[in-house]
Design a protein around this ligand. Sequence first.
Ligand SMILES: Nc1nc2c(ncn2[C@@H]2O[C@H](COP(=O)(O)OP(=O)(O)OP(=O)(O)O)[C@@H](O)[C@H]2O)c(=O)[nH]1
Ligand SMILES: C[S@@+](CC[C@H](N)C(=O)[O-])C[C@H]1O[C@@H](n2cnc3c(N)ncnc32)[C@H](O)[C@@H]1O
Ligand code: SF4
Ligand code: SF4
Length: 346
Amino acid sequence: MTTSGLNSDFDTTSQGPLVDPFGRQVSYLRVSVTDRCDFRCFYCMSEHMNFLPKKEVLSLEELDRLCSAFVDHGVKRLRLTGGEPLVRKGILSLISSLSRHLDSGALNELTITSNGSQLKNMSKDLASMGVKRINLSLDTLQEKRFTEITRWGRFAQVMDGIEAALAAGIHLKINAVALKGVNDDEFDDMIRFAHERGMDLTIIETMPMGEIDGDRLDMYLPLSQVKQQLAQSWELEPIPYKTGGPASYMRVRETGGRVGFITPLTHNFCESCNRVRVTCTGTLYLCLGQEDAADLRAPLRASESNDLLNQAIREAISRKPQGHDFVIDRANNRPSIGRHMSVTGG
Ligand SMILES: Nc1nc2c(ncn2[C@@H]2O[C@H](COP(=O)(O)OP(=O)(O)OP(=O)(O)O)[C@@H](O)[C@H]2O)c(=O)[nH]1
Ligand SMILES: C[S@@+](CC[C@H](N)C(=O)[O-])C[C@H]1O[C@@H](n2cnc3c(N)ncnc32)[C@H](O)[C@@H]1O
Ligand code: SF4
Ligand code: SF4
């Protein structure tokens, strides 16, 4: 973890918005509230993962304090992710507490990225707490494939979760990772499934993060190929729609719905980056595709006042890198970034 390299032009004691050395304002925080998950998607985790011991993980109160400190620094959008954020014990009390920032107008949006397994029971509560959008990860519509991909997931549970979330008035976006030889024959079906239910679909390239049991390189499918494939079935029109996320969207004329493409390896969207990530141990990662990080747990726990914490946050932002260094290391067959996606939650 880097603690040196402080950019001496930066005043780390002032309040106000967080602006990095490239003039980009950090207005979006993604928080991985747990590294644990009830699924074991094969491209994300190995089947037998060693998860963090409980004492290393921030309590719900500490997570609340940390998120609130970022809100005080002008963060407008908060996304809870994981692991699976909705399997963390007490998660609804954290969300309920954070929703005070929506009520006050300090926060524009409180969202979640989820595998959908808990949505059947939680959707109503989440909607009542002000969660208006959820990004739901679903890579296939075929039950057998779903079991092969997620290993431990139950397809029917996710389908029930989708139904419950939509019934509660939550907007869903489906995230599907493009996996060569696994789900690359399903994108047409997924467009139909999503658009019939008023959901956007975004397709994501696999990223070389964390050791997994198999070989992720074999499954890498550039989205340029997916677009060509889709263009044979659909009329696609580029549109300027933006959520503040990395996807670039197209309208599918036949359905009227949107399909988004997230291409971290073939297209670089870093120049407009607005985000940083915090893990469940309070480590602040300045970029999804870099190892550079700052420990916020020590300053958080060192004092009841937020002075040390605020200083650590500003110091870290002063060295946010310009962009990622994802490389596909075919020679050594190693992931470009050692940590798993579940550490930062995507
Ligand atoms: N390289 C890179 N990829 C990102 C970044 N943010 C999100 N992604 C990728 O996009 C995937 C989907 O992210 P989501 O959790 O749905 O968030 P989002 O696309 O920012 O969400 P919206 O607010 O709906 O736009 C993640 O799993 C990552 O693969 C980023 O900053 N850099
Ligand atoms: C790590 S999960 C965490 C939240 C939740 N468990 C879920 O699946 O939505 C967030 C997103 O990262 C994606 N993801 C995981 N590993 C990935 C990888 N190596 N490359 C690209 N996306 C990945 C998942 O498909 C999911 O959409
Ligand atoms: S992608 Fe999400 S649901 Fe799948 S193993 Fe990773 S954290 Fe769990
Ligand atoms: S890869 Fe890093 S710099 Fe680029 S958009 Fe993602 S977090 Fe921002």
